[in-house]
Design a protein around this ligand. Structure first.
Ligand code: MF3
Ligand code: CO
Length: 251
Protein backbone atom coordinates (compact mmCIF):
# COMPACT_ATOMS: atom_id res chain seq x y z
CA UNK A 1 0.00 0.00 0.00
CA UNK A 2 1.77 3.16 -1.09
CA UNK A 3 1.46 6.65 0.37
CA UNK A 4 0.59 9.52 -1.90
CA UNK A 5 2.35 12.89 -1.80
CA UNK A 6 0.24 15.99 -1.11
CA UNK A 7 0.52 17.13 -4.73
CA UNK A 8 -0.58 13.70 -5.95
CA UNK A 9 -3.56 13.78 -3.61
CA UNK A 10 -4.53 17.14 -5.04
CA UNK A 11 -4.65 15.62 -8.55
CA UNK A 12 -6.75 12.73 -7.26
CA UNK A 13 -9.16 15.20 -5.63
CA UNK A 14 -9.52 16.91 -9.00
CA UNK A 15 -10.07 13.55 -10.75
CA UNK A 16 -12.67 12.68 -8.11
CA UNK A 17 -14.45 15.98 -8.60
CA UNK A 18 -14.68 15.53 -12.37
CA UNK A 19 -15.88 11.96 -11.84
CA UNK A 20 -18.69 12.80 -9.47
CA UNK A 21 -19.71 15.82 -11.52
CA UNK A 22 -20.03 13.43 -14.48
CA UNK A 23 -22.14 11.07 -12.37
CA UNK A 24 -24.43 13.93 -11.30
CA UNK A 25 -24.61 15.13 -14.90
CA UNK A 26 -25.69 11.66 -16.07
CA UNK A 27 -28.28 11.11 -13.36
CA UNK A 28 -31.23 12.99 -14.93
CA UNK A 29 -30.73 11.09 -18.21
CA UNK A 30 -31.33 7.78 -16.45
CA UNK A 31 -34.91 7.23 -17.63
CA UNK A 32 -36.82 4.54 -19.49
CA UNK A 33 -35.90 4.54 -23.19
CA UNK A 34 -32.26 5.63 -23.07
CA UNK A 35 -29.61 3.11 -24.12
CA UNK A 36 -26.52 2.46 -22.05
CA UNK A 37 -24.52 3.45 -25.15
CA UNK A 38 -26.11 6.91 -25.16
CA UNK A 39 -25.36 7.31 -21.46
CA UNK A 40 -21.73 6.33 -22.05
CA UNK A 41 -21.37 8.90 -24.83
CA UNK A 42 -22.85 11.69 -22.68
CA UNK A 43 -20.50 10.81 -19.84
CA UNK A 44 -17.47 10.61 -22.13
CA UNK A 45 -18.07 14.07 -23.57
CA UNK A 46 -18.62 15.54 -20.11
CA UNK A 47 -15.39 14.07 -18.70
CA UNK A 48 -13.33 15.28 -21.65
CA UNK A 49 -14.91 18.76 -21.55
CA UNK A 50 -13.87 18.95 -17.88
CA UNK A 51 -10.25 18.17 -18.77
CA UNK A 52 -10.33 14.59 -17.49
CA UNK A 53 -9.79 11.34 -19.31
CA UNK A 54 -11.95 8.20 -19.19
CA UNK A 55 -9.38 5.70 -17.89
CA UNK A 56 -11.46 2.59 -18.66
CA UNK A 57 -11.36 3.27 -22.41
CA UNK A 58 -8.71 0.96 -23.83
CA UNK A 59 -7.85 -0.53 -20.44
CA UNK A 60 -6.91 -4.12 -21.28
CA UNK A 61 -8.90 -3.57 -24.46
CA UNK A 62 -12.10 -2.36 -22.76
CA UNK A 63 -14.16 -0.64 -25.49
CA UNK A 64 -16.02 2.13 -23.61
CA UNK A 65 -15.58 4.97 -21.17
CA UNK A 66 -17.89 3.64 -18.47
CA UNK A 67 -19.11 0.29 -17.19
CA UNK A 68 -22.92 0.26 -17.11
CA UNK A 69 -24.54 -2.79 -15.57
CA UNK A 70 -28.29 -3.38 -15.47
CA UNK A 71 -30.22 -5.60 -12.98
CA UNK A 72 -28.51 -9.04 -12.84
CA UNK A 73 -25.33 -7.59 -14.30
CA UNK A 74 -22.95 -7.09 -11.40
CA UNK A 75 -20.11 -5.11 -13.01
CA UNK A 76 -18.24 -4.39 -16.25
CA UNK A 77 -21.32 -4.09 -18.46
CA UNK A 78 -20.21 -2.80 -21.87
CA UNK A 79 -22.51 0.05 -22.88
CA UNK A 80 -24.65 -0.99 -25.84
CA UNK A 81 -27.22 0.45 -28.23
CA UNK A 82 -29.20 -2.74 -27.60
CA UNK A 83 -29.49 -2.24 -23.85
CA UNK A 84 -32.40 0.16 -23.35
CA UNK A 85 -33.29 1.10 -19.80
CA UNK A 86 -36.84 0.37 -18.71
CA UNK A 87 -39.03 1.30 -15.79
CA UNK A 88 -38.13 -0.75 -12.71
CA UNK A 89 -34.51 -1.48 -13.68
CA UNK A 90 -31.54 -0.72 -11.49
CA UNK A 91 -28.40 0.43 -13.27
CA UNK A 92 -24.89 0.85 -11.95
CA UNK A 93 -22.50 3.32 -13.52
CA UNK A 94 -18.84 2.67 -12.73
CA UNK A 95 -16.41 5.40 -13.77
CA UNK A 96 -12.67 5.82 -13.57
CA UNK A 97 -11.44 9.33 -14.36
CA UNK A 98 -7.81 10.28 -14.93
CA UNK A 99 -6.44 13.77 -14.32
CA UNK A 100 -2.79 14.62 -15.02
CA UNK A 101 -1.79 11.01 -14.54
CA UNK A 102 -3.83 10.19 -11.41
CA UNK A 103 -7.13 8.36 -11.12
CA UNK A 104 -10.33 8.26 -9.13
CA UNK A 105 -12.87 5.44 -9.26
CA UNK A 106 -16.51 5.44 -8.15
CA UNK A 107 -19.81 3.68 -8.78
CA UNK A 108 -23.44 4.44 -8.06
CA UNK A 109 -26.48 2.23 -8.62
CA UNK A 110 -29.49 4.23 -9.80
CA UNK A 111 -33.18 3.38 -10.05
CA UNK A 112 -34.89 3.71 -13.43
CA UNK A 113 -38.27 5.27 -12.72
CA UNK A 114 -40.13 3.52 -9.93
CA UNK A 115 -38.42 0.35 -8.68
CA UNK A 116 -39.63 -2.45 -6.42
CA UNK A 117 -39.20 -2.22 -2.68
CA UNK A 118 -36.89 -5.25 -2.87
CA UNK A 119 -34.55 -3.51 -5.31
CA UNK A 120 -34.65 -0.28 -3.37
CA UNK A 121 -33.54 -2.12 -0.25
CA UNK A 122 -30.74 -3.89 -2.14
CA UNK A 123 -29.38 -0.57 -3.41
CA UNK A 124 -29.59 1.03 0.02
CA UNK A 125 -27.95 -1.89 1.87
CA UNK A 126 -25.12 -1.87 -0.70
CA UNK A 127 -24.50 1.83 -0.17
CA UNK A 128 -24.71 1.47 3.59
CA UNK A 129 -22.28 -1.47 3.56
CA UNK A 130 -19.63 0.88 2.17
CA UNK A 131 -20.16 3.21 5.14
CA UNK A 132 -20.10 0.29 7.60
CA UNK A 133 -16.79 -0.76 6.06
CA UNK A 134 -15.06 2.61 6.16
CA UNK A 135 -15.87 3.02 9.87
CA UNK A 136 -12.93 0.63 10.28
CA UNK A 137 -10.59 2.29 7.79
CA UNK A 138 -7.94 3.73 10.10
CA UNK A 139 -4.18 4.14 10.17
CA UNK A 140 -2.64 1.14 11.92
CA UNK A 141 -5.67 -1.17 11.47
CA UNK A 142 -5.76 -4.20 9.20
CA UNK A 143 -7.65 -3.72 5.96
CA UNK A 144 -9.47 -6.98 6.84
CA UNK A 145 -11.53 -5.04 9.38
CA UNK A 146 -13.13 -3.12 6.51
CA UNK A 147 -13.72 -6.28 4.47
CA UNK A 148 -15.19 -8.13 7.45
CA UNK A 149 -17.55 -5.29 8.36
CA UNK A 150 -18.88 -5.09 4.79
CA UNK A 151 -19.53 -8.84 4.67
CA UNK A 152 -21.20 -8.90 8.10
CA UNK A 153 -23.52 -6.04 7.25
CA UNK A 154 -24.49 -7.44 3.84
CA UNK A 155 -25.14 -10.97 5.12
CA UNK A 156 -27.05 -9.70 8.16
CA UNK A 157 -29.39 -8.10 5.64
CA UNK A 158 -29.89 -11.39 3.79
CA UNK A 159 -27.71 -10.69 0.74
CA UNK A 160 -24.36 -12.03 -0.45
CA UNK A 161 -21.06 -10.47 -1.47
CA UNK A 162 -19.24 -11.34 -4.65
CA UNK A 163 -15.94 -13.08 -3.96
CA UNK A 164 -14.11 -12.86 -7.28
CA UNK A 165 -13.93 -9.06 -7.53
CA UNK A 166 -12.40 -6.72 -4.98
CA UNK A 167 -11.69 -3.12 -4.10
CA UNK A 168 -8.13 -1.93 -4.64
CA UNK A 169 -5.49 0.69 -4.13
CA UNK A 170 -5.63 3.44 -6.75
CA UNK A 171 -3.37 6.27 -7.91
CA UNK A 172 -1.19 6.52 -11.00
CA UNK A 173 -2.66 3.16 -11.90
CA UNK A 174 -6.33 2.24 -11.75
CA UNK A 175 -5.50 -0.91 -9.80
CA UNK A 176 -2.74 -0.81 -7.19
CA UNK A 177 -1.97 -2.82 -4.10
CA UNK A 178 -3.66 -3.88 -1.88
CA UNK A 179 -6.64 -5.97 -2.92
CA UNK A 180 -9.61 -5.13 -0.73
CA UNK A 181 -12.08 -8.01 -0.66
CA UNK A 182 -15.64 -7.42 0.50
CA UNK A 183 -15.42 -10.44 2.79
CA UNK A 184 -12.94 -12.05 5.14
CA UNK A 185 -11.48 -12.04 8.61
CA UNK A 186 -10.62 -8.96 10.63
CA UNK A 187 -6.96 -9.91 10.88
CA UNK A 188 -6.48 -10.38 7.14
CA UNK A 189 -4.61 -8.09 4.77
CA UNK A 190 -2.03 -5.35 5.24
CA UNK A 191 -2.03 -2.58 7.83
CA UNK A 192 -3.52 0.71 6.63
CA UNK A 193 -1.02 3.58 6.26
CA UNK A 194 -1.44 7.35 6.21
CA UNK A 195 -1.68 8.74 2.68
CA UNK A 196 -3.11 5.54 1.19
CA UNK A 197 -5.78 6.01 -1.49
CA UNK A 198 -8.18 3.13 -1.78
CA UNK A 199 -11.22 2.24 -3.88
CA UNK A 200 -13.70 0.49 -1.61
CA UNK A 201 -16.45 -1.15 -3.64
CA UNK A 202 -19.00 -3.59 -2.28
CA UNK A 203 -20.69 -5.67 -4.98
CA UNK A 204 -23.82 -7.17 -3.48
CA UNK A 205 -26.10 -9.87 -4.88
CA UNK A 206 -29.72 -10.12 -3.82
CA UNK A 207 -29.51 -13.90 -4.07
CA UNK A 208 -26.52 -16.21 -4.20
CA UNK A 209 -22.92 -15.02 -4.42
CA UNK A 210 -22.01 -16.98 -7.55
CA UNK A 211 -21.29 -15.08 -10.75
CA UNK A 212 -20.70 -15.86 -14.41
CA UNK A 213 -19.21 -14.04 -17.36
CA UNK A 214 -21.13 -12.82 -20.37
CA UNK A 215 -20.18 -13.86 -23.89
CA UNK A 216 -18.48 -10.51 -24.52
CA UNK A 217 -15.75 -11.52 -22.07
CA UNK A 218 -16.38 -8.49 -19.81
CA UNK A 219 -19.87 -8.39 -18.34
CA UNK A 220 -20.28 -10.18 -15.02
CA UNK A 221 -23.75 -11.47 -14.14
CA UNK A 222 -25.29 -13.23 -11.16
CA UNK A 223 -25.68 -16.97 -11.77
CA UNK A 224 -29.14 -17.06 -10.28
CA UNK A 225 -30.30 -14.12 -12.41
CA UNK A 226 -31.33 -12.06 -9.39
CA UNK A 227 -30.30 -8.39 -9.29
CA UNK A 228 -27.02 -7.04 -7.96
CA UNK A 229 -25.94 -3.59 -6.81
CA UNK A 230 -22.57 -1.83 -6.61
CA UNK A 231 -21.38 1.21 -4.68
CA UNK A 232 -17.85 2.58 -4.75
CA UNK A 233 -15.79 5.56 -3.67
CA UNK A 234 -12.14 6.50 -3.74
CA UNK A 235 -11.05 7.19 -0.16
CA UNK A 236 -7.95 8.92 1.22
CA UNK A 237 -6.62 7.78 4.61
CA UNK A 238 -5.40 10.67 6.76
CA UNK A 239 -3.75 10.68 10.18
CA UNK A 240 -6.95 11.77 11.88
CA UNK A 241 -9.63 10.18 9.68
CA UNK A 242 -10.61 9.66 6.10
CA UNK A 243 -11.63 11.82 3.18
CA UNK A 244 -13.92 10.52 0.43
CA UNK A 245 -12.68 11.95 -2.87
CA UNK A 246 -15.76 11.07 -4.93
CA UNK A 247 -18.79 12.50 -3.14
CA UNK A 248 -21.31 14.68 -4.93
CA UNK A 249 -24.97 15.38 -5.54
CA UNK A 250 -26.40 12.24 -3.99
CA UNK A 251 -24.35 11.89 -0.82
N1 MF3 B 1 -13.97 0.50 -12.36
C1 MF3 B 1 -13.57 -0.87 -12.34
C2 MF3 B 1 -12.91 -1.20 -11.02
O1 MF3 B 1 -13.35 -0.76 -10.04
C3 MF3 B 1 -12.68 -1.24 -13.45
C4 MF3 B 1 -13.31 -1.21 -14.73
S1 MF3 B 1 -12.64 -2.36 -15.74
C5 MF3 B 1 -12.37 -1.53 -17.15
O2 MF3 B 1 -11.98 -1.89 -10.91
F1 MF3 B 1 -11.82 -2.31 -17.98
F2 MF3 B 1 -13.48 -1.09 -17.57
F3 MF3 B 1 -11.57 -0.53 -16.93
CO1 CO C 1 -12.76 0.00 -8.60
Amino acid sequence: MNRKLPEEIELMRKAGKILIDAMCYAKPFIKPGISTYELDKLIEKFIIDCGGSPSCLGYEGYPACSCISVNEMVVHGIPSKDIILKEGDIVSIDLVVGYKGFNADATRTFPVGIISEEKRRLVEVTRQSFYEGIKHLKVGQKIGKVSHAIQQFVEKNGYSVVRELCGHGIGKKMHEQPNIPNYGREGDGPVVVEGATLAIEPMVNMGRKEIGMMKDGWGIVTRDGLPAAHYENTVLVKADGIEILTLGCDD
